[in-house]
Ligand binder design. Structure first.
Ligand code: KG4
Ligand code: ZN
Length: 356
């Protein structure tokens, strides 16, 4: 009998629960999105996110368990996102996971959200997925999401090396902030993706900071300034074609930088396998640009289906197996962390001078 893990995710604005077996087959995958809650504010409001998780967590877990024979009694372990994420949001998933693991007397494992994104490529969601090739270790992974943008060398299910990251905004943040400036609503990534498909990127020049440097760092904060300046000078695009052109230019600047650096990492590390992960990996422009550059460089590209790129419980469950097999089980003291220990946000903060 394959072992089954229930994965619970509540780090940001999706409450998710999934059941995955030890071969990566996704048996249930339920997500309650909070888009409607946060859309009026143009971004995630932490307090509202925590409250919405509290409302959704039990129904989402119940629905996931109802999809498998035996329900909760068939589950061998529970995996939950520990961080990074919004503290109030994380606490909801962690408390639910702790309570269930304690009541059932089954192991509890805490999962790093970023690590889960890096291994989501191994999930098998349907028949079509079953024949999709998976990468051998080591591989280079480009993680691009709403909160993080980084390149890793993934050496095993439990070992990763950070090669480079953004100095300021994450790629998803750049999509979301530009969409907000253009009044396109939240979340911006999918909207810009759709509009960019109809636009001409060459109509508007956008900066590509650090693009030609040999470092594997990114910087995206200048992009929203460039869009703001463009809007200041030219006014908000008044017709659909002009909006589409601007979206295409913004998207092209982001994906060009991401794809170029990811392939550069493969070359520098002499690893000919590139895996995409995180919500921005759903972007069609990024997928196409990575395919193009990988082909040219002789790198094999592995792209998860969209459902495995954006936040989901299945990736948490799958990453949970690696923790479980390494005996890294948690106890009742499992607590959240809001920042990943090895990912620094490059925002320059004024030094805090202690009061006398
Ligand atoms: O991984 P994810 O679901 O949550 C985080 O861990 O942050 O990523 C969410 C981010 C958002 O910034 C969203 O705008 C972006 O992923 N995103 C996209 C697309 N779909 C989601 N960005 C560009 N194109 C998309 N199709
Ligand atoms: Zn994520």
């Amino acid at each position: 009998m394959p072992r089954l893990i229930l994965g619970i995710e509540s780090s940001c604005d999706e409450t998710a629960a999934a059941v995955v077996d030890d071969q990566g087959h996704v048996l249930a995958d339920v997500i309650a999105s909070q888009i409607a809650v946060h859309a009026p504010f143009g971004g995630v409001v932490p307090e509202l996110a925590a409250r919405a998780h509290l409302e959704n967590v039990v129904p989402v877990i119940e629905e996931a368990l109802s999809k498998i024979d035996g329900g909760l009694s068939a589950i061998d372990a529970i995996a939950v996102t520990r961080g990074p994420g919004l503290n109030g949001a994380l606490l909801v998933g962690i408390q639910a996971a702790k309570a269930m693991a304690w009541a059932k007397g089954i192991p509890l494992v805490g999962v790093d959200h970023l690590e889960a994104h890096l291994h989501a490529i191994f999930l098998r969601r349907d028949e079509a997925d079953a024949s999709t090739p998976v990468p051998a270790f080591p591989y280079i992974a480009l993680l691009a999401s709403g909160g993080h943008t980084a390149i890793y060398e993934v050496r095993s299910p439990l070992e990763k090396v950070l090669l480079g990251q953004t100095r300021d905004d994450a790629a998803g943040e750049a999509f979301d902030k530009t969409a907000k400036l253009l009044g396109l609503g939240y979340p911006g990534g999918p909207r810009i993706d759709a509009l960019a498909a109809k636009g001409d990127a060459s109509k508007v020049a956008m900066p590509r900071p650090l693009m030609n440097k040999k470092s594997l760092e990114f910087s995206f904060s200048g992009l929203k300034t460039a869009v703001a300046r463009h809007v200041e000078k030219e006014g908000r695009p008044s017709n659909d074609a002009a909006i589409a052109d601007l979206c295409a230019a913004v998207q092209s600047a982001i994906v060009d930088t991401l794809a170029t650096k990811a392939v550069l990492a493969c070359q520098q590390r002499e690893v000919k396998r590139l895996v995409l992960g995180g919500g921005v990996a759903a972007n069609r422009g990024l997928r196409a640009r990575c395919a193009e550059l990988c082909k040219r460089a002789g790198v094999t590209l592995y792209v998860p289906p969209v459902a495995s790129c954006t936040d989901n419980g299945a990736m948490i469950a799958w990453a949970g197996f690696a923790q479980l097999d390494a005996n890294r089980t948690a106890d009742g003291t499992l607590s959240p962390y809001s920042r990943s220990p090895d990912v620094v946000r490059g925002k320059i903060r004024k030094p805090r001078i202690p009061p006398h």
